[in-house]
Design a protein around this ligand. Structure first.
Ligand code: AR6
Length: 182
């Protein structure tokens, strides 16, 4: 499935380029130094402009599993939430917990800022090498878990860059919703 409802929040899966999404916040798959780098982060910094990099430099080091918020600069989104996912080291170095924590920290920041909508990329599954299927399971379970508690978020989206990643997220969402009905 591509859409479900958790409490009062709509949860959607879409294919596309997250830099074009006009939600209150888009999430960046960042590194601990909040340097632009490549992947989705490079694309967000290029599209959003230097103001994002300047704010990132002021914030400085952000540990793996945590997130920080900046303006969206020239992006259609108002804010960028920079979430630091883990580098995949085989799976027994705490990667699932750290990835879950990166999603939770982002959602918490969005609620603290009174935001209504947030869009996530598939954190850690590019340059950081986290295999897509287990990462999708952590991402979807963590977001659904969070949305079961009180939140002001009305719309949460996963914006997957490739058709293959979208298909994987769809399969995982089907399974998670079957096992833990929303
Ligand atoms: N929109 C949506 N998703 C995208 C986009 C886009 N425009 N571009 C890439 N993706 P990655 P990571 C997908 O490598 O693994 C950077 O250098 C991509 O296909 O961006 O967490 C940072 O600075 C993949 O599915 O992030 C860090 O140093 C997903 O986004 C490091 O890479 C995440 O891939 C973070 O690595």
């Amino acid at each position: 499935m591509r859409e479900t409802t958790v409490g009062t929040t709509r949860l959607r899966l879409v294919q596309g380029d997250i830099t074009r999404i006009a939600s209150d916040a888009i999430v960046n798959a960042a590194n601990e130094e909040l340097w632009p780098g490549g992947g989705v982060s490079g694309a967000i910094h290029r599209a959003g402009g230097m103001i994002i990099e300047d704010e990132c430099r002021r914030i400085g080091h952000t540990p793996t599993g945590q997130a920080a918020i900046t303006t969206g600069g020239r992006l259609p989104a108002r804010y960028v939430i920079h979430a630091v996912g883990p580098i995949w080291k085989g799976g027994s170095a705490g990667e699932p917990e750290l990835l879950a924590s990166a999603y939770r920290s982002s959602l918490r920041l969005a609620d603290e800022h009174g935001l209504k909508s947030i869009a996530f990329p598939s954190i850690s599954t590019g340059i950081y090498g986290y295999p897509i299927e287990p990462a999708a399971k952590v991402a979807i379970e963590t977001v659904i878990d969070y949305l079961r508690n009180e939140t002001g978020l009305a719309d949460v989206a996963f914006v997957l860059f490739s058709d293959g990643d979208l298909a994987t997220y769809e399969t995982v969402l089907d399974v998670v919703v079957q096992v833990f009905p929303a």
